[in-house]
Design a protein. Sequence first.
Length: 179
Amino acid sequence: MRRILLFIPLGICVLLGVLFVKGLSLNPTELPSARIGKAFPSFSLPSVSDAKQLLSEQSLKGKVRLVNVWATWCPTCKREHGFLNKLASTEGVEIVGINYKDERGKALQWLKRYQDPYIFNIYDEKGGLGLDLGVYGAPETYVVDTQGVIQYRHVGEVNDKVWKKLKVIMQDLGWSAKL
């Protein structure tokens, strides 16, 4: 009996080690999302550029678009911002911004300084929309179809490698570059 009791801690350590190794192999940019295949959450929030202009989930319908969650306090967002400008200007991608848990003044300065790739920008000051989306942090990017349904989610920076994957998904949904 005492011998069995000695093996219990060893078994627990082995189990924890296996779980730890499995966790290291997971890709944090492919976090599962319960929102995939579901309509974009309902919201009524102001635009970053005009506090009197209210935007809603209806604003997302009609075209295949990228929805990018960003903030001025996010260093990765700064790194990806130039690439988003390139997508908007050279590929004709319509990108909707969600300025997440940020200050409006700082966001406006950022967009003026680094250019504005967004067709419109939702101001999510308190992070309620981000919470409904299941945002872990910025940046996160979603592919939304013509009906406003989320088809894909990417956590982290959008760059050339990620864009190749997003582009195929968007094309499968009927998007084509229009410039």
